[in-house]
Design a protein around this ligand. Structure first.
Ligand code: ADP
Ligand code: MG
Ligand code: ZN
Length: 481
């Protein structure tokens, strides 16, 4: 019988913080649109004699992430130099945290799509600076130092993940959390969120973990899935061929969808870490800690649970409505204003508002609709001032014009016509114009009533009160006869 293997994965994520300036100098942190080497200064370009100073906003965002990850916070943490030579690292060392990082331990809980609950433990969180970028162009190696000194948090998980799917889901939940607490844009395509995956296999039931390989350069959720899946298959092939797994560093080539060996694993000793002499210890005062703790929002998982327990939403709705913070707050506000059936608000939110958000590919915050607008629309429908389909199109009209729903209804005359005289007139016209259907109806084909109501609605461009068109019997047997 073939051996069954247990897959083990630990992730090292690099998170680019969305501070205004870089970690240790006054240069802009975000230089996505800038020409190469235009956003640098002596400090981040690593010129001798320049002195760094710690950006307090980086510390605050680091602390927020520690709190969100349930990590223990070191109120005094230290910066160290990690020494290595590479073209994109002009100073010859990376400022990072080694012996005393800002956060130790912690965990992230999440559910897989099938409902399975997973807890991933965190080894540590440390603040560090990013390196520049290199690329090959026409046989020349080019260096862009704009990204040098951009603040990062590196967060290392324990080997708690056991499939490519779990690793991908963890990253999606982390991305959601980072945006939610406002510390990173977490856009993987822009490398705000990067991840290295450590992968090993061992026969099922064995107590010891296998030797791990580290895959670098994974920059999308799909790439996480493919790279890990490929590496697991490679390791199984090796083991089944009687070979030992060696501890390699491997690169994922996303274009070719293949793994390439980069080097044998370096050890910590190779980096000759030592304390960074130009920077003071990072001290978080108890007052600052409290201030940041108090400013933390309710986190997505807690909110999702509350939407189910307190607002009675199904798990599916609760997940969608807590996908991002703006959506969840919009929904809560709408529920408060509406004061009635939360599922009704949820349906309008998911089917209409989020439909437009998805169509336009923007975030809800960028759209000119507010919770009170949606509630006004639902109430107009409840009051039968407009029908449901007019309500739906009103969502689009509010988004196009930024006007209030009530004003649009008045300006465009979208209100339902409940005027008996007007409806009767249209009914007469439909009856006169369709003698064949009238004959069939008289002959007993009563289901045609729906067709008559439909014709009336069409004629009145959806504005007839359908209940009235039926109930007032303008189109019923008597009037037709
Ligand atoms: P390094 O600094 O050499 O990259 P770390 O101790 O920081 O090593 O660990 C890197 C990652 O490797 C962590 O996320 C950890 O959970 C993971 N890891 C450790 N051992 C294994 C293993 N046997 N299989 C899979 N992942 C592992
Ligand atoms: Mg590593
Ligand atoms: Zn600079």
């Amino acid at each position: 019988m073939a051996t069954e293997y247990e897959v083990t994965i630990g992730l090292e994520t690099h998170i680019q913080l969305n501070t205004v300036t870089k970690a240790f100098c006054g240069c802009k942190a975000d230089s996505w649109n800038d020409a190469p080497n235009t956003n640098i200064c002596p400090t981040c370009a690593g010129l001798p004699g320049s002195l760094p100073a710690t950006n307090q906003a980086m510390v605050e965002k680091g602390l927020r992430l520690c709190l969100a990850m349930n990590s223990e916070v070191n109120l005094t943490s230290l910066f160290d130099r990690k020494n290595y030579m590479y073209a994109d690292l002009p100073s010859g060392y990376q400022v990072t945290q080694d012996t005393r990082p800002i956060g130790v331990g912690g965990y992230l809980d999440f559910n897989m799509d099938d409902g399975r609950e997973i807890r991933v433990h965190i080894h540590n969180l440390h603040m560090e600076e990013d390196a520049g970028k290199t690329k090959n162009e026409g046989g020349v190696r080019l260096i862009d130092m704009n990204r040098c000194g951009v603040p990062l948090i590196e967060m290392v998980t324990m080997p708690d993940l056991h499939s490519a799917d779990e690793a991908a889901t963890y990253l999606m939940k982390l991305r959601q959390l980072l945006r939610w607490i406002g510390v990173s844009e977490a856009n993987m395509e822009r490398a705000h969120l990067r991840c290295d995956a450590n992968v090993s296999i061992a026969p099922k039931g064995s107590k010891e973990l296998g030797k791990r390989c580290e895959i670098k350069n994974i920059n999308s959720i799909e790439a996480v899935r493919s790279a890990i899946t490929n590496e697991v298959q490679r390791q199984i092939r090796e083991v089944e061929a009687g070979n030992k797994i060696e501890q390699w560093t491997i690169e994922w080539d996303n274009d070719a969808q293949v793994l390439r060996k980069m080097r044998s694993k370096e050890t910590a000793a190779d980096y000759r870490y030592f304390h960074e002499p130009n920077l003071m210890p990072v001290v978080i005062s108890p007052e600052f800690y409290e201030e940041v703790r108090k400013s933390m929002p309710e986190l997505p998982r807690a909110k999702r649970a509350r939407f189910m327990d307190e607002l009675g939403l199904p798990a599916y709705d609760a997940s969608i409505l807590t996908a991002d913070r703006e959506t969840s707050e919009f929904f809560e506000m709408a529920c408060g204003l509406y004061g009635g059936d939360t599922k009704r608000v949820s349906n309008w939110m998911m089917n209409e508002v989020l439909r437009v958000v998805n169509e336009k590919g923007v975030s809800l915050a960028e759209l000119p609709i507010r919770a009170e607008d949606l509630v006004e629309i639902i109430k107009l429908v409840d009051a039968k001032t407009i029908n449901t389909s007019t309500g739906k199109s009103l969502v689009d009209k509010v988004l196009e014009t930024g006007k209030k729903p009530g004003d649009i209804v008045r300006e465009l005359g979208l209100g339902l016509v409940s005027d008996e005289g007007a409806i009767r007139e249209v009914c007469r016209k439909i009856v006169d114009g369709n003698p064949k259907e009238v004959a069939a109806y008289r002959g007993g084909k009563e289901t045609l009533i729906g067709w008559f109501v439909g014709q009336v609605m069409k004629e009145m461009r959806g504005k007839a009160d359908p209940e009235m068109a039926k109930a007032t019997k303008f189109v019923d047997r008597k009037s037709v006869v």
